[in-house]
Design a binder for this molecule. Sequence first.
Ligand code: ADP
Ligand code: MG
Length: 230
Amino acid sequence: MIELRNVSKTVLSGNAPLTIVQPLDLTVSSGQYVSIVGPSGSGKSTLLGLIAGLDAPTTGEIVIDGVEISGLEEDALARLRGRKIGIVFQFFHLVPSLTAFENVLVPLEIAGAPHASDRAAALLSEVGLDDRAGHYPAQLSGGEQQRIAIARALANEPPILLADEPTGNLDSANGRHIVELLHRVNRSRGTTIVLVTHDSELASGTDVTLRMRDGRTERLAPAPLREVLA
Ligand code: ADP
Ligand code: MG
């Protein structure tokens, strides 16, 4: 579903090139739940942005559901993202002037989805917030706002969900609820998920865990073969 070959990212820091993602190969199959852990500044968000096509790699190829994205024009990339990828962020990014229901409805209407209202209602129910449909984001707790953001990200049934520190702004109880919700989405919808977090506890129970440090990735779980044998 997601394939990275020799992908790296180098930026200019002052005048000096700085490699923030070292060359990396990664294959995520359909329905897999992958977590990426590592300290702040290790390159996790940059890597997720590359997978999302929000940022272009310096080297390598990224294939999303069979489509090599580095060759795509901005328009085509945006269309592909709209169809294939839902994204949630640490700070929710809901539209403050729209209700919870409207925040979920908008992407359905933009996509011209049939029965958009019914589907928005079903999505709110899926994240356990039918009773908050008429509330504005400012009237909702952080955990509720994140659940709305997840419902919105799932509106057009993308095969891939990318989550960048989705619990980073929540207390631990709400954080756990969000992680449980993501597990449920992965199991019930078969959505391929890549979760980025600096909290390795939140990564437990995912199919594969990668650790990033200084732009380098290392597989933590399942343990690489050499560690199993050692
Ligand atoms: P993480 O999400 O793990 O906290 P990031 O991917 O946001 O890490 O950033 C990795 C490193 O790259 C950080 O040190 C950050 O300051 C640096 N960085 C990110 N984007 C740029 C950029 N456009 N120019 C220079 N440095 C950047
Ligand atoms: Mg980050």
